[in-house]
Ligand binder design. Structure first.
Ligand SMILES: Cc1cc2nc3c(=O)[nH]c(=O)nc-3n(C[C@H](O)[C@H](O)[C@H](O)COP(=O)(O)OP(=O)(O)OC[C@H]3O[C@@H](n4cnc5c(N)ncnc54)[C@H](O)[C@@H]3O)c2cc1C
Length: 384
């Protein structure tokens, strides 16, 4: 079926994103994958091309594009070309840090961070997860304590994308002085600069998406000015919950694009390869598998496209965003697996896009809230 989501302006933007991807990402991606780190130049090149901080208002150096279809185009292009690590890095910066600063940041915070986030001179990360708490954010133990006009932050974070390459992190810390599991108003968000003195631990060796850096962060009485508190004290969890639909929508968009790309690559492959005197696609099993997958591709796109439009009009509620993420990421996991099988032994060789997509897609059901948590979110909306 013909998708009707995008208009001429989005397709023009896609042309820019495709050209950027071919010029600034593709020639270097294999090296970044080996280095477990992409070049910082990529960020400034993306900034020059107008690909970062699309939603930032003009007064802070952005274009004020609040139509999520443009962000979706960018996510799709990175996912389609198996450059999901770049998509992930930009996603943390633009779908997680940025919405919090736009919605709750003071004018001072916005003027200090937004122009650099748009130009790519400032790279940001989100530091919520800890070794002892991921799904259950009320269990986090990193604490921030008032000290005159400042805060002192102590604790440890893990799995932080852009943690090594980034200049600052949006840190969730406990601010009510309590121990044990906190309540909804026990936590606050801080925009903590690397220059404030937090340390990055070792690069974590991921199974896929290796071109993006992922690390532990250590805070040992890191002194942060009160001006770097984002929004009001005690509202960190509420802010995170309010902004999570965007993050989950982005994962759904990337998942949907992976599903489409892997399906198309597998159709091509099974038309080219022969066994028993026939093309692989001519076996009834192959056609049945691909028929199921094409159906899933189109159903996924239809739901995710509706979710994008709902986000644009402010109507994407937590349950719908969770369903989009749940459905699309489960499809990405299952479709990459079935397509890999149709490639036979070549599917297991990293040179083949399906092998890279299989490893990359495995993250999609885990981060941004695991799919068990998505089911919980959806289940609660049914039960309420
Ligand atoms: C590559 C990568 C990048 C990441 N990037 C970031 C980042 O940039 N910033 C950041 O803050 N975090 C990041 N994360 C962390 C990610 O969001 C967490 O891993 C995720 O939320 C799950 O938390 P956990 O790993 O602690 O698993 P746990 O919470 O320990 O969960 C373990 C298992 O128990 C299940 N479970 C937990 N609670 C329930 C429940 N109530 N009901 C049913 N099942 C449950 C989970 O679904 C899971 O299957 C990243 C993770 C990875 C792997």
């Amino acid at each position: 079926m013909q998708r009707r989501l995008f208009e001429e302006d989005h397709e023009m933007f896609r042309g820019i994103a495709t050209e950027f991807n071919a010029r600034a990402v593709a020639p270097h991606y294999a090296r970044w994958d080996t280095d477990h780190m992409m070049s910082r130049d990529l960020w400034t090149a993306a900034g020059e091309q107008g690909l970062l901080g699309l939603a930032v208002p003009e007064e802070f150096g952005g274009m004020g594009m609040d139509d999520y279809r443009f962000r979706a185009v960018l996510d799709e292009e990175f996912a389609r070309s198996n450059h999901l690590a770049v998509g992930l890095a930009f996603h943390l910066h633009d779908d997680l840090v940025l919405p919090h600063l736009l919605a709750y940041g003071s004018e001072d915070l916005k003027s200090r961070w937004l122009p650099g986030m748009v130009s790519g001179e400032k790279v940001t990360s989100v530091a919520w997860t800890e070794p002892g708490a991921g799904s259950d954010l009320r269990g986090i133990r990193t604490k921030a304590v008032r000290d005159g006009g400042d805060w002192l932050i102590s604790g440890q974070k893990t799995f932080i994308g852009n943690g090594i390459s980034g200049d600052a992190s949006l840190v969730l810390a406990r601010t009510d002085g309590g121990t044990g599991r906190g309540s909804h108003d026990s936590f606050s968000l801080f925009m903590v600069q690397k220059g404030d003195g937090y340390n990055t631990g070792k690069q974590l060796d991921k199974m896929g998406l290796k071109a993006s850096d992922t690390a532990e962060l250590f805070f040992d009485n890191v002194r942060v000015p009160h001006a770097d508190l984002v929004g009001e004290e005690g509202r960190g969890l509420q802010y995170a919950a309010e902004q999570l639909p965007q993050g989950r929508l982005a994962i759904a968009v990337a998942s949907s694009a992976v599903v489409r790309a892997v399906y198309e690559a597998t159709v091509r492959y099974t038309k080219e390869r022969n066994a028993f005197g026939e093309r692989i696609i001519d076996f009834q099993n192959s056609r049945f598998v691909l028929a199921d997958i094409l159906t899933e591709v189109e159903v996924t796109e239809a739901y995710v496209d509706q979710a994008i439009l709902a986000f644009n009009t402010g109507e994407l509620d937590a349950g719908s965003a969770a369903r989009a993420k749940l459905w699309a990421s489960e499809r990405a996991k299952s479709v990459t697996d079935r397509c890999l099988q149709l490639h036979g032994g070549y599917g297991y060789i990293m040179e083949y896009p399906v092998a890279q997509a299989y490893l990359a897609a495995r993250l999609l059901t885990i981060f941004g809230g695991t799919n068990e948590i998505m089911r919980d979110v959806v289940g609660r909306t049914i039960a309420s």
